[in-house]
Design a protein around this ligand. Structure first.
Ligand code: AMP
Ligand code: MG
Length: 407
């Protein structure tokens, strides 16, 4: 099979993937979840005219005024303030009827109940007017928005207790390989510590999904078959690592193809991460990711995360492509699109010194993937290069489409 361009593979993969059902959920634990519907303000805010400062509520004039009561936060003054009268007021307290100004404490001179202004108050000053921030029916957040801590503050402040959210995608992870041993277990010669399932578990949670289980499977076709059959019953996305290439002990591609009656795609024009196998069975997407840790990372970032974001109803499904100066020169790229691990520093992108897909050291500093389209010519230090940011709000467009838009 010819190698497929990244965006073509993504288009095939996402073609039949739709957002999961909506559910009404408690606002309190909803940070990181995706809104299923746009939200509008149920109320005007502030609810009443209230004071922005500690001081005195009064009708603006030269003064003097006579103090007739108090409006404290949570304890409004219920009477009317007549001309020449003032009410002690605290920040957030309701401005009483008849008052149109707040004289701040620092500009007031008070002797008993006699009050004078060191600076003549203006009408409207230091008052937060009802509805000045938000009107009832104002647009708040779009469908597909991922709720942040600050959103929760705004929604709670409007009295909202429940929000329409997308159901979180459910994920099962299998790391395959006879050589894998769990960190903490005694390691025999020839074994390595399993790390992909650890990475994928964390990355899946960061992508807003619910992890059902993460476990290890041997390079045994019948064990893999049985595990897959079971897992597709409960998962929206099944992630496998390892065993997806052409070695004698690589069974994942064939297992996916048989279970699903064929593959959505197999082998993508990218480096690292070429041998990615995708398939679909009923409502479950299955992705076989190459076993080298950096390949797993890149292939998950491009494909696995996009599936989860689409299932989760996010508006921005892909990582965002930006541009920055590269701090070291780069050789020409080959015929595959290259995604080089790099760290983004204030001065620019620093490619990780070791780019081998089996290396672990680059995983400690990577927060960006420099994108080198197939056939790219050499780059000199100081040139600008496109990179995928492994953080931030993401993009609606897949990698190559974003790149095309940029040039
Ligand atoms: P494979 O894709 O099975 O051919 O594996 C490619 C390389 O990745 C081999 O060196 C494996 O030992 C290594 N590898 C596979 N799975 C894992 C894993 N879960 N954690 C760490 N390394 C792995
Ligand atoms: Mg293997």
């Amino acid at each position: 099979m010819a190698l497929m361009p990244i965006d073509d593979a993504l288009a095939l993969l996402l073609r039949d993937v739709s957002p999961l059902a909506a559910e009404t959920a408690d606002l309190a634990p909803s940070s990181g979840r995706v809104l299923a519907q746009a939200l509008v303000s149920p109320k005007a805010f502030p609810f009443e005219d209230n004071s922005a400062m500690d001081g005195y509520a009064l009708a603006a004039s030269e003064g003097p005024w006579r103090l007739v009561g108090e409006s404290a936060a949570g304890h409004p003054f219920e009477g009317r303030v007549a001309e020449g009268e003032a009410v002690r007021i605290s920040t957030g307290a309701v401005v009483p009827q008849g008052a149109d100004s707040v004289l701040i404490q620092e500009n007031a001179e008070r002797h008993g109940s006699d009050l004078r202004a060191m600076q003549t108050p203006r009408a409207g000053q230091h008052i937060r007017h009802a509805g000045s921030d938000l009107n009832c029916g104002d647009a708040l957040l779009d469908a597909g928005h991922i709720l942040q801590a600050a959103d929760l503050a705004a929604l709670a402040g409007l009295g909202i207790t429940h929000v329409p959210l997308r159901r979180q995608p459910k994920v099962i992870i299998f790391a395959t390989g006879d050589e894998l041993v769990a960190p903490g277990e005694p390691r025999q010669r020839g074994q390595i510590y399993e790390s992909n399932a650890r990475y994928l578990s964390a990355a899946v949670s960061e992508a807003g999904a619910e992890l059902l289980s993460a476990s290890t499977l041997p390079d045994d076709r019948s064990v893999i078959d049985a595990a897959l059959k079971d897992a597709i019953e409960s998962a929206d996305l099944l992630l496998l690592s390892g065993g997806v290439s052409v070695g004698d002990h690589d069974h994942v591609g064939a297992a996916l193809a048989e279970l699903c009656g064929g593959l959505t795609f197999y082998k993508v024009r990218m480096k690292p991460g070429k041998p990615v196998a995708a398939a679909r069975k009923g409502g479950c997407v299955l992705l076989g990711l190459p076993g080298n840790p950096a390949s797993t990372l890149v292939a998950f970032e491009i494909f696995g995360r996009a599936v989860l974001k689409r299932l989760g109803g996010a508006g921005r499904v892909h990582r965002r492509l930006d541009e920055a100066v590269v701090l070291t020169s780069l050789p020409a790229a080959g015929s595959r699109g290259e995604l080089l691990r790099a760290s983004l520093t204030p001065a620019g992108l620093q490619p990780c010194s070791r780019q081998g897909s089996g290396d672990l050291s680059s995983l400690l500093t990577v927060d960006a993937l420099i994108y080198r389209p197939p056939g790219s010519t050499p780059i000199t230090a100081g040139d600008r290069v496109p990179y995928l940011a492994l953080f931030g709000p993401g993009s609606e467009h897949p990698l190559e489409a974003q790149w095309t838009v940029k040039i």
